[in-house]
Write a protein that binds this ligand. Structure first.
Ligand SMILES: [Zn+2]
Length: 133
């Protein structure tokens, strides 16, 4: 593990202690996986992929209103599932950067990402100036 990095100003600084961020990331990852488990199941074919759990529409005695509710719920779950899965990928990518020793550097300018920004979003990939959206 590299302890020192050269930034563009040529100054040497001690790499930030990433263990706090790693804890935050792992905590959020566990929370998201918990939420996903409620509305989706892991795709056995693709590692890290989740699929929204489909409602049981094969019940011949089901009330059409119930079926409509189920479909609506399924569509809602599918939208949430996509969002949670995207967030999970961001978190995994951040955890990988911690392992590689490149965590906390802006993807655009390669400068350090502000600590406040990482506190708010430990999976951030850019500094405040290069934040998208
Ligand atoms: Zn930047």
């Amino acid at each position: 593990m590299r302890l020192f990095l050269n930034n563009r100003r040529g100054t040497l600084y001690r790499m930030k202690n990433t263990s706090d961020y790693k804890k935050l990331l792992l905590k959020e990852k566990a929370r998201i996986e918990g939420e996903l488990t409620g509305i989706a199941h892991k795709n056995p074919e693709i590692k890290g992929d989740w699929e929204p759990s489909a409602p049981d529409l094969n019940n011949p005695t089901a009330d059409p209103n119930d079926v409509a509710d189920s479909i609506e719920e399924f569509e809602g779950n599918a939208a949430v599932e996509v969002e949670l899965e995207a967030r999970l990928m961001e978190i995994d990518a951040a955890l990988t950067r911690i392992e590689l020793g490149t965590y906390g550097l802006c993807r655009v300018c390669k400068e350090e990402i502000e600590e406040a920004r990482l506190r708010a979003n430990p999976a951030a990939v850019t500094c405040i100036a290069h934040r998208e959206g």
